[in-house]
Structure formats: structure tokens, C-alpha cells
Design a protein around this ligand. Sequence first.
Ligand code: 3EB
Length: 312
Amino acid sequence: MRIFYHPAERLSEIENRCDVLGVVAYGATEPVRAWCGQAPYLGVALSPHGPPVCEVITGGMVKPGARHDVRYAHDGEWLFAAIAVDASGMIETAAIGAYERLLRVAGEEGYGCLIRAWQYFPAIHGVEEGLERYRQFNRGRHQALGGHLARGGIRPAATCIGTHAGHLTVYMLARRAPGVAIENPRQVAAYRYPETYGPRPPDFVRAMKVASDGQQWLWISGTAAIVGHESRAAGDIEAQMREAFANLDLVVASADLGEDRRVVATKIYMRGAGPLPALPGPWARAPVLVLTGDICRSELLIEIEAVVTAGV
Ligand code: 3EB
């Protein structure tokens, strides 16, 4: 498996490949197209710092398909699946629709083990029936994941970010075999957050660890300046960066990857379009995609996700 960022204007270079699980475009108007060659293509309404760019995830020889509004591709080990649903109505309903269909396709194709999910939708701080849309989204996700968890399924690692336009766009990676959930000892598990953050908790784990290609892969969720369950350093982006990277370092340490670990790629979401503070040490050496978007708590200015690998 590989993950890389590719200029959107050179998408044609990707189109003829047979090993692309999925292409996610940032900064192009959505939905521009549904496929990139035989790979599912999803446009997300978040602006990159810089020209429009695509996140490309490749695997082995893939088989594409489309069903229940879900576009997907799989290679025998990994399934990439994407959906875009209208987000102008109740986001709770949209979340249920998106998750149920993604879970159905993943199950039908035999990739019932959720590893990583990304979720983007507009007006994340808007209020619907007296409840913030992010909290409404959590209600919908919780309902849709209920059956999966009851059957012994594991919550995926996740990212959830607010856009300024477009659909609820969700994409995920799933596998035939389960990953190992990793939590952060300095943070309360998100699915155990107290009700002060909403009637239903956000159902995600801090990271998922997977053995693949003879390596260990760690898919780290969007990580912010949260200690315990409380936000830190409100309004101070430099301090929030330090807290977020302290959390990332702790998640990596908890995953026990060994000394030869390296960062494959990171995505940084920033509430403003302002300059990005410098990244610390090893995190600065991997490709970084910086996107402007709304982090799910209004006091949070930055959120960082990453993929780390170790082994031959
Ligand atoms: C947090 O730790 C910050 O709702 O799927 C990070 C990653 C966050 C994923 C989600 C939310 C989600 O609670 C926010």
C-alpha cells in the first residue's frame, strides 16, 4: 500500500493505473467526477494551502464496483469505499444513510473490519433542532455503527472536519482481517466522552494498527489539543500544535512499532488560512497536506492526522 499527494491538474497520470484504491481531491469543486480511471474518486470541499491536490491510495490489482450509492475498489486485502450524500437537511439522517450504505457494501464484499474513516460536511457548528450539527452527526454515526459494534466490530480511526460547502463526504478503508485499536493514555477514549460533548459520543479510536506487506501500519485519527476530554490552549495555535504533537507521539509510542518507524504522510487541518507553525522533528520529513477547515470544537484551531509505518 502507498499513500501520496498528487497535483490535481496531473490526474491523467493516475488514470491508467490498475492499483489505485481511491482518489480524494481537495480544492476542486465537487462532485467533479465519480471515477479516476477505475478508481473511485471523491471531491472534498476543503481548500488546500496551495494548488488543488489529490490524496491517492494504492494497493494491489484492484477491482472496482458501485452499489447503494457507494463507489469502491478492493484488492483482496483492502477495500476503499466512498459516498457523498446531501447535507443540506438533517446531518443525523445524512450520517445514518452514509454509514449504513458504506457498512452494507463493506460487509457484502467481505471487508467487514473498519480501519479508517474520513468525514467532511458543511456547517459543522450550525444548530439543528437545538443541537450542534457535529453532535447530531455523532448521533447518526452512533446509531449506524450500533449493529456493527454489537456483532463484535471495532470502531475505526477517524477524522471529522467541517467544510464551507458541499455534501457529507465519507470515505473509508476496511479490511478482511481486523486491526488493533490503539488509544492514547493521555486522552479519554472519544467513545467514552461525557455527555457534555453531546448525547452520543464520537465513535472512533485514536489509531488502528494493521500488519500488511510485511510491515506494521498505524492509521492515526485526527488529533487535536485535547487532554483527558478537555481542550487545551484555546485560541493559541502554537500551543495547540505542541499539545497535538505530544498526543501523536504518545499514540505512536502506545502502538509499539519499533525503532525503524517512519511517518508516511500527514494531513493538517487549520481553522484559518494563516501560516502553519513549524512541524517538530520526524513529523517534518514526510509529505504534509495542509487544509483549511473547521475542527469539531470551536476553540480548536488545528487537527493533525498521520500514517506511520515500521518494518522492512
Ligand atoms: C477529538 O479528539 C477531536 O468525530 O470522528 C478527531 C478525530 C475529532 C475524529 C470524529 C473527532 C473525530 O475529539 C475531534
